[in-house]
Design a protein around this ligand. Structure first.
Ligand code: GAL
Length: 668
């Protein structure tokens, strides 16, 4: 058995968020839950996520008896427990007696007690109260045989502008810059007379001082990780053998998850794709795959799907229930991308409050005779049946760079284009070409080691943090293939623009181009690319470009396509440069789908990087193929994200896939 998400894991975990604390007056329901869990093949539940008010109803008064009972019954019934620390929602007594635990907005106004996920990460009072309850939980349950994992809080998020947070930010800045002169310089703070006379003058988080706004985001991540580490401390003390995770939110903008990974033993995330919406289900599947791959890449090992809905969500303006078969398909997709657990929000629908209409395994009707329950139970049986897949890994020779600092810097910079900057979508658009060809990918940040890859795609890598340019140069020099786009190599890690020409920091030599000007097109305007004959990638005819077109001059690169219009007609639109043993491509514009397909397909063909169907050609629309490997065996997942029956041949086996079907081939 290879590496599993949890140490010594023997079966795929299948279960979800369980809130018995909402049903303590209904022992009949709690008993019924146990029966239904067995029927649904549920072997794990996440407990106590929002149960603080029931665990400590008054300050210092603890009531764990109900939790003891629930855990004991679950264990006897065959369910393991993922136990949460309850910091995600604070009890009323705490928020009212200690107002400083509530967040302040950017204007310094303190929130009333409401909602959840809105405590101050800095507040010593909150940290102390969390330490106390976590210590109680760890002491009481840390050695409980049912406990397999700690679930830290819930979906950490948000920022607080209270005086304590601002002072912590100033300390963070002191540690980072040492002198205020260095900080002023790093932020270009002399602009608009924002020069700081001392660290204590840093007060409002002015978005116009881009470096400041960027550092605030980094601080918010660091402060959240610091809070999380404080949560972990008592758990480690009383249960060092139990791993810890926190449920993350995919590509959530507000926190850089790469900073979380080192503090966690296992990565888990909550995936809520909106199926059957205004985008094709294939696109939704591709975006979901991207996020799964990001989560796997954070530790380069199997991960846990901590939440997903068995049918619909309640927070989207419209969310359709998953059509028959889609639930199984979505679950197996997660497994294909490295998940060792499939868990749901939520086990049972509550009767009131905000989530009463959110999908659940057990509906308000209360029994097992529903379509959704049936599909969940079938997934439970199937996960038990495919347990050989557990411990297998996903290996990838391609990587796509998706970097939070870069994203924040692009999104907060005025200029370029204000609207439709679309960094995230651009990265996903590039990833999609790998996805639709069954080429496994990792989704990494710009500072990751690139040695294991044949192909790295780095769209819009505007920011070059220290070492990144050198990292890319080394990668290509050693034989790698790099694809980049417009908006590459423009600013350093504090968002100071490089002087001396872009792409900067040695990348001009790597790509063999100088990007002299940016043309930013209105939505109704477009540019055209013309493929140069014998370009070696199979590009033909013309392609449309929108939004971004750069006027680039070659410095040794070969031109593969040119622009047709404007004052830069005839200028290069796509170039390739040989550097050491590898090649670096520069795409000067944001291009149409046919371009992405021809170009990335051509590059994959050139470097002979194929999916399991043995070619760089795209799979039929709707089909995704992913592989998990273990000791010479391959488990090939062939998935049909479409409403039509499809035929496809993979690993020399012709397959017929039903609408929303998924086949798993074991080879040999
Ligand atoms: C998640 C959250 C859950 C539940 C769910 C509904 O973001 O962690 O507690 O609210 O959304 O989709």
């Amino acid at each position: 058995m290879g590496l599993t998400a949890l140490p010594g894991q023997k079966v795929f975990l299948h279960g979800g968020d369980y809130n018995p604390d909402q049903w303590l007056d209904r022992p009949d329901i709690l008993r019924e839950d146990l029966r239904l869990m067995k029927l649904a093949g549920v072997n794990v539940v996440s407990l106590g996520i929002f149960a603080w008010a029931n665990l400590e109803p008054r300050e210092g008064e603890f009531t764990f008896e109900w939790m003891d009972q629930v855990i004991e019954s679950l264990h006897a019934n065959g369910q393991q427990v993922i136990l949460a620390t309850p910091s995600g929602a604070k009890p009323n007594w705490l928020a009212l007696k200690y107002p400083q635990v509530r967040r302040c907005d950017a204007q310094g106004r303190r929130e009333p007690q409401q909602l959840r996920h809105n405590h101050c990460m800095t507040s010593p009072v909150y940290r102390e109260k969390v330490r106390i309850i976590n210590t109680h939980l760890a002491r009481r349950y840390g050695k409980n045989p049912a406990l397999v994992l700690w679930h830290l809080s819930n979906e950490y998020s948000g920022e607080c502008y209270c005086d304590l947070c601002k002072e912590a930010f100033r300390q963070w800045l002191r540690a980072r810059y040492k002198t205020v002169a260095a900080m002023n310089q790093a932020w270009w703070a002399h602009f608009w007379s924002h020069t700081f006379g001392g660290f204590d003058e840093v007060d409002a988080i002015d978005p116009h001082v881009n470096g400041l706004a960027l550092d605030w985001k980094r601080f918010t991540t660091d402060q959240t990780v610091d809070f999380m580490r404080a949560e972990i401390a008592p758990l480690r003390e009383f249960s060092p053998q139990v791993p810890v995770t926190t449920n993350m939110m995919g590509t959530f903008e507000g926190l850089d998850y790469w900073r979380f990974a080192p503090a966690l033993d296992v990565i888990s995330w909550d995936s809520y794709p909106l199926w059957h919406s205004n985008r094709s289900d294939y696109e939704v599947a591709s975006d979901t795959a991207f996020k799964h791959d990001l989560n796997r890449s954070l530790k380069r090992r199997p991960w846990l799907l901590m939440e997903s809905t068995p049918s619909n969500v309640n927070w989207a303006s419209i969310s359709r229930p998953k059509k028959p078969g889609v639930h199984r398909l979505a679950c197996l997709q997660a497994v294909a991308h490295g998940a060792d657990a499939i868990c749901y929000f939520q086990w049972r629908k509550g009767r009131g409050s905000a989530e009463k209409f959110h999908g659940a395994v057990v509906d308000h009707v209360g029994h097992e005779h529903t379509r959704v329950f049936g599909e969940v139970a079938a997934v439970g049986r199937e996960l038990a049946a495919v347990k050989d897949i557990l411990g297998s890994e996903v290996t990838a020779k391609a990587a796509v760079i998706f970097d939070w600092d870069n994203r924040w810097a692009i999104n907060s910079s005025a200029g370029c284009r204000h609207s439709e900057k679309n960094y995230e979508a651009t990265v996903q658009r590039h990833y999609h070409e790998l996805f639709r060809r069954g080429v496994a990918a990792e989704v990494i940040e710009s500072t990751c080691d690139l040695a294991d890859y044949q192909l790295v795609i780095a769209p819009m890598l505007y920011m070059l943090k220290p070492g990144v340019a050198e990292n890319l140069r080394r990668f290509v020099h050693d034989g790698g293939t790099l694809i980049s786009t417009y908006m590459t190599g423009i600013a350093n890690e504090t968002d100071l623009v490089f002087t001396g020409g872009w792409p900067a920091d040695g990348l001009m030599e790597l790509f063999g181009v100088w990007a002299q000007e940016q043309d930013l097109l209105w939505d109704h305007q477009s540019q055209t690319l013309l493929a140069v004959p014998d370009n070696g990638l199979g590009l033909t005819g013309s392609y449309a470009a929108r939004h971004y077109a750069e006027v680039i001059y070659t410095r040794g690169a070969r031109v593969l396509a040119t622009f047709e219009h404007e004052f830069y007609a005839g200028f290069p639109a796509l170039t390739v440069n040989s550097f050491g043993r590898g090649k670096a491509y520069y795409t000067a514009s944001r291009n149409d789908d046919r371009f992405h397909s021809d170009f990335i397909g051509g590059v994959l063909s050139d470097i002979k990087l194929h999916g399991p169907h043995g070619s760089a050609l795209p799979l039929p629309d709707g089909i995704s193929v992913q592989v998990r490997r273990q000791e010479g065996r391959e488990f090939i997942f062939v998935m049909n994200f479409s409403e039509i029956r499809q035929e496809v041949s993979v690993a020399d086996r012709p397959l017929r896939l039903e609408p929303w079907g998924c086949e798993i081939l074991a080879v040999p």
